[in-house]
Write a protein that binds this ligand. Sequence first.
Ligand code: MN
Length: 697
Amino acid sequence: MSLFIDLRNELLTYLEPSQVEVIEKAFKLAEQAHEKQVRKSGEPYITHPLAVAHILSSLKMDYQSIAAAILHDVIEDTPIEKSQIIAEFGEEIANLVDGVSKLSQIEFASRAEAQAENFRKMILAMTKDIRVILVKLADRLHNMRTLHGLSSEKRRQKALETLEIYAPIAYRLGIHAIKNELEDLGFAALYPWRFHILENALNKLFRHRKEILSHIESNIRTTLEKHNLPSVAIWGRRKHIYSIYQKMQSKQLPFNEVMDVYAFRIVVDSTDTCYRVLGVVHNLYKPVPERFKDYIAIPKTNGYQSLHTTLFGPQGIPIEIQIRTMDMDNVAEQGVAAHWLYKTGPNEAQLRARGWLKGLMELQNTTGSSLEFIENVKIDLFPEEVYVFTPKGDILELPQGATPVDFAYAVHSDIGNSCIAAKIDKRLSPLSTILANGQTLEIITAPGAQPNPAWLNFVATSKARSHIKNYLKDLKRSESIHFGQRLLQQTLKALKQPLEKIPDPIFKKTLDHFGYKSPEDLFAAIGLGNEMVALVALQLTGQPKESRKKRRSLLIKGTEGIVVKFANCCGPIPGDPIVGIFDRGHGLIIHQKNCPKGQIPSQPEHYLPLKWEEIVEGEFKTDIKVEVRSQRGILAQLTNAINLEDANIEDISIEERDGNYYVINLIITVRDRHQLAQVFKHIRSIKNVSKLSRKIG
Ligand code: MN
């Protein structure tokens, strides 16, 4: 019972005594039920549900959620049944407990399938009562805090699940406080060594910058006071480690080039003051261009509101500033859980969550397997958003990478199904164009038009994807045959090799290659979007012919019999994310995914997302650029560093920047990214190397 006292004191600060009594009763039942059980760490089991209740009480959740948190494992792990909980605590609490236990009860054939199905259940439970997921998130958070009792295999598995599913859900519901902690715990468990190194690097950095950061803080404070803009609070904090790691990964930056690892938050009394404070800080330090974001006027998908800007602080230290009201700050930390008890109506995060869940329900009705569902939801869960306008000036929010087709489906599925072209800022543009913030879109439709399977190569939203697939699935077989044949004809025509002129033996070989019995089967597969028309066309034409002598082992999945060439502009090497752009007369040109020339062309059927084979042998050329301060023997050191890893130098050229600085361009051959990373490591360790990068485009 003494275990309960801390929690009770905390609960009494915001709940009625009668409500706390219910929770106390739940505690007694749970304590008894779990009596002989211990956690893997050796502690009595009851410490776990109690800790989960603590997490929820810090979010000021209602007494039903707290009682459910305390009881959350009794149905699954003890003889107590749901009926007993109904009898003692009523339907509401019993349903919450039941909902939480159901999420982890089901077992399935494969792990992927099990997770997908669990995930689907979770979404369904969430749509019934969102408190179920809040209890589950708190449960997961405490389990992640106490992972040490588990085997390393189990730890990895939990960590992965946390990063892939729980943290994104916490983000989507706007509960940043939980999301950030889940991410750091997951990252630390999955990559302990990387976490350790980054943590040390950060600590070191802040010891160096301590004085300057407190100088900036007091400078902001006094300046605001001078302008009569008293702030409620200013505090500096470093960003959480996982977000820094993600930035390094996605932008391929070394630690010392990651900007803004530190952020100041300024909390003020009103929205109006936010903008005035912004003006003042921009006057104080120079803002970094194009880093200002107004999430107050246009909140994020999860309801997050704040002004963001980055400033050049003293000594060129970049400083991110977040400016928001107290209310916005509360929602930013707690999202859906903020103001749970207030009767003031739903907050922005709660409204957004409702809309999201409603969309998921629709998705659930149109997708087949749970794996398909989870793939679709994953697309929805994390992307950064772009904001575009309808011709009437309404704002639509789409994920990064969205195209006019996504826009059309976002407006209405009928518009998506019948769109044939798009005007972006009044200019006719291909349907595969990637949208940018602030553009105005007009979709041109035609009666009788239908979705093109090639769109599946580039759409970015789950809504568009599932509608296109659904439409294609519903086509009658005769229609899909006709449709697929037409698509293939068009593509072959572009290759100047009409379908009629393909010799029969070659057609037969292609059928065998893809595993179809008749031409109709192949056409239907194209029409349904199950085969990529560009790949089929390439197989049929086989152009240019690969010489028989030069049979190499396969490097890239799905490219049997097709000539592949590696683009010189970006020099992709195994391990790089890649795409293929299919070029008449040259076969398939492989680019890095982020190469400017590897973007979706105006004929999207010429674009193929690709994957390397698991085992790739060979040497691959890639360009690197090294900036050095002039120094005797630097070239020898450089070639030495490259030779150390058995990589070869194919070409070298040197440009002089200004008497003191040189840029050295090298073409080297390596086996894969891993080897290149080793080469980079050696080069970085050379004194006077100031910058090192791969050349793309
Ligand atoms: Mn639990």
